[in-house]
Write a protein that binds this ligand. Sequence first.
Ligand SMILES: NC(=O)c1ccc[n+]([C@@H]2O[C@H](COP(=O)([O-])OP(=O)(O)OC[C@H]3O[C@@H](n4cnc5c(N)ncnc54)[C@H](OP(=O)(O)O)[C@@H]3O)[C@@H](O)[C@H]2O)c1
Length: 259
Amino acid sequence: MGGAILSGLRAPGVDVESIRVTTRSATSAAKLREDDVQAWSLEEKPEANAWALEQAGIVVLGVKPYQILELLTEIAPHANADAVMVSVAAGITIESMESVWPGAVIRAMPNTPSRIGKGVTGMSTGSRVSATQTEMVESLFATIGEVLVVPQSQINALGAFSGSGPAYVYFFMEKFLEVALERGFSEQQAEVLVRGTFSGALTLLEKSGETPEALRTAVTSPGGSTRAALDVFDAAGLDEIIREATTAAIARAVEMAGE
Ligand SMILES: NC(=O)c1ccc[n+]([C@@H]2O[C@H](COP(=O)([O-])OP(=O)(O)OC[C@H]3O[C@@H](n4cnc5c(N)ncnc54)[C@H](OP(=O)(O)O)[C@@H]3O)[C@@H](O)[C@H]2O)c1
């Protein structure tokens, strides 16, 4: 995820020389240096994190959730008082981070399409964050997609849509692929039918500026074949299934975070 954010930041117009990156292994840091990023690993330079924090206005932590609080405690003494710390660690609350980091804290939840600049990031601001810091961090995540600022009480619900959402889309596609094969299409044909249709439908949605409802209605003649298929989804209670699935995702996120 840190790599995705970094590629967004390397877009034209961003001053890459102002970015300092650290990793654990020398191999990861060497790869970054090959791409002209200023990077050091803890393996090569044990004080690398303190080096990265010198002058930093935004500190992005992309380590695994279990590492966050220990790492914050370790690096906090090296941070500038006006630096805003952004964590992308799932399930780690702002309150727990504020208890070990004296400055401003933002909790962000990007999703996997961030890797190609088409992400949706939800972010919640802590009690010490200024409006300018919020704007700066919003601009940072805007380099890898769209950004929604929500209260932390909504971050698990947001994750049930944007964080887990790509998996729902792929799951749906997998089911259509299975059935297309059963209908006698080759694997290659099924791939074109399903991937091409999902991709085309989404691009049409984006380019037309229409709502999903308007575009659905446009392909659904009363009494026609599409209507017959949609009636089956309705009869199976797809809306209730979606409600239950998101409720389950939220409940599990709350459970994992111990909130
Ligand atoms: N993957 C996603 O789509 C996604 C989505 C939303 C949120 N997240 C969150 O993103 C975080 C990272 O996940 P990930 O899958 O990107 O993990 P990852 O691939 O393991 O990346 C972690 C990075 O942190 C570096 N690192 C570890 N300890 C360090 C330390 N003490 N100081 C400096 N650098 C250190 C690692 O260096 P090395 O390369 O040398 O090991 C690695 O580059 C998690 O908290 C996760 O909850 C991920």
